[in-house]
Design a protein around this ligand. Structure first.
Ligand code: GLN
Length: 544
């Protein structure tokens, strides 16, 4: 049988970051899937960090966790949501990870004693990783998004890998430049010059873009399309208009209107194919027809940078709420509430009664925790639907121990290592990691099974007695308190069958009060919303 000719599409950024390169990459993947190709996606992150677990989430965004326990860039989450597929560690690389492999190979004499060089040995390792991911999925088409923007020092070795791959098999590699075309308010006109510069910067790395995705506040019009084509050396039909849209899930449709998929197939020497985008059309219809608002408060510590507040650190939570709300025909409105405010003025917590539901997402450390605990108490006592994700489950258990069991000093040892009531504690292996400063990649990570108790709401929601969910935490519910907590009404309804670790708590006699030690948000997909988010949003809608 002839060897399969795999095709590779690199996506690079121009002008500025944060313009939706990840969504553009994910949308291309969705389009090729809809054309019946086998598709996979990689993200190349220029940071030296070996994984995203040790990066600053405020600067870098959410840490997304895969089934196989990798801590990755949030774009892997975008790919999973758009491709409706589980990805893994092979789909993510950082500069640090690439260098680590090269150095380990050097130490084990894999280079047979020759001099190891930045070029070609580092790009070769990058290429090896790309090919490995393509093979693993047996992909016809692999998209590879390169973090940062062209012209930066940091991603030059990834661009060198593109150049080398293109040199080796020019017909199998396409390059997409996702660039930004500003419309300065004092001019009121869309400007192409920054993109022209980005295209030049790409040329100086030995690469020419085949397609330009022109992100901007409005449509790319004809004169500017022609300008881009001439100055950047791209055919006019390959300059794709990508204006801001109400929902990221419109992007695949927007691209397909312009034949982006078929144009790329042509560049890659493949025949054009029609695409079945019905489920995307249906989804977008649902999004636009949703009328009834459901108001959700997301309570956590303030995640500001300078004058700006970023919600990117919780992108999967936001998406999971949206998926569930749309499924129920509702329009989700999420407010970000800084729990520290309740610490200085506890009256303010009552404002939360105006919401239909409260979420406490994952988190670390002491800042804002006492305020969060006040919010959870309100949710419990006033019967406001509550969903606690990881830290939100741990803090719900602490709130219960304090205010129902009367153990007022109950805490997690993460915050108070000497608490007399360590409802959340640390196992010896994890304590050793912390003692020895082994933080990178050592949390309880990735997918673990969970057995669900008969008669629980959670089991009903899942429609199954055994589930698998993704984790990222170091501390655990302390089994010494299990019976006490369960008897008092915070029922332990999900347990890992191998380790007997508590995974889910659920409050009796409450419209919805669920805490999960895992992060269900990572597995929610637009076409397949997560059962617990569905149940939570349903309860929130009932509250009105
Ligand atoms: N800080 C807690 C832990 O490490 C919870 C982590 C989280 O919410 N992801 O166990």
């Amino acid at each position: 049988m002839a060897k399969k000719q795999r095709k590779y599409i690199f996506v690079v950024g121009g002008v500025l970051s944060g313009v939706g390169k990840g969504v553009a990459t994910a949308s291309l993947g969705a389009i090729f899937s809809a054309k019946g190709f086998r598709v996979t996606a990689l993200k190349a992150d220029p940071y030296i960090n070996v994984d995203a677990g040790t990066m600053n989430p405020i600067e870098h965004g959410e840490v997304f966790v895969t089934d196989d326990g990798d801590e990755t860039d949030q774009d892997i989450g975008n790919y999973e949501r758009f491709l409706n597929a589980d990805l893994g560690s092979v789909n993510y690389m950082t500069t640090g990870r690439v260098y680590l492999s090269v150095i380990e190979d050097e130490r084990s004499m894999k280079y047979k004693g020759r001099c190891v060089q930045v070029v070609p040995d580092v790009p070769n390792e990058i290429i090896r990783r790309i090919e490995e991911a393509a093979q693993k999925r047996d992909a016809d088409i692999t998209t590879i998004e390169i973090g940062g923007t062209v012209g930066e020092y940091e991603n030059i070795l990834f661009l060198e890998a593109v150049r080398m791959m293109k040199l080796k098999s020019p017909g199998d590699v396409a390059v997409v430049l996702v660039s930004y075309l500003p419309v300065p308010s004092h001019l009121g006109e869309m400007k192409t010059k920054p993109t022209q510069h980005a295209s030049r910067a790409l040329n100086s790395a030995g690469i020419a873009a085949d397609i330009i995705i022109a992100r901007g506040p409005s449509e790319l019009d004809r004169p500017r399309r022609e300008k881009l084509a001439i100055f950047c050396g791209v055919r006019p039909e390959n300059c794709i208009s990508a204006p801001d849209v109400a929902s990221i899930y419109e992007v695949p449709l927007k691209f397909e209107e312009q034949e982006t998929g078929n144009n790329l197939l042509k560049i890659l020497g493949l025949k054009r194919r029609s695409s079945n985008l019905k489920q995307w059309q249906d989804l977008v219809k649902k999004i636009h027809s949703a009328e009834k608002q459901v108001n959700i408060a997301v309570v956590g510590k303030y995640f500001g940078t300078g004058k700006y507040t970023l919600s990117d650190s919780y992108i999967s939570v936001i998406e999971a709420v949206k998926h569930a709300a749309w499924h129920h025909g509702a329009k989700p409105v999420m407010d970000w509430i800084d729990s520290e405010a309740y610490e200085s003025n506890s009256e303010l917590v009552h404002d939360l009664s105006a919401y239909s539901g409260i979420i406490v997402p994952g988190g670390f450390g002491h800042r804002g925790v006492e305020g969060i605990i006040q919010a959870i108490r309100l949710a419990r006592e006033k019967k406001i639907p509550y969903f606690g994700l990881c830290y939100g489950m741990q803090l719900a258990s602490i709130e219960f121990a304090r205010n129902v069991l009367g153990k007022h000093q109950a805490n997690t040892v993460e915050i108070d290592p000497k608490t007399p009531y360590p409802i959340i504690h640390i196992n010896p292996r994890q304590a050793k990691n912390v003692r020895e400063n082994r933080y990178g990649g050592t949390m309880r990570l990735g997918a673990y099974d969970c057995a669900l108790k008969k008669g629980s709401w959670t089991r009903k929601a899942y429609g199954s007695d055994k589930i698998s969910e993704r984790h990222r935490h170091r501390y655990e519910f302390n089994n010494e308190y299990r019976e006490m907590v369960d008897h008092a009404g915070l029922r332990i309804v999900g347990v890992n069958p191998e380790t007997d670790l508590v995974e889910i708590v659920e409050l009796k006699d409450h419209p919805f009060f669920v805490g999960t030690q895992f992060h269900p948000e990572f597995k929610s997909r637009p076409m397949n919303p997560h059962p617990l988010f569905l149940a939570f949003v349903h309860a929130a809608m009932k509250r009105g």
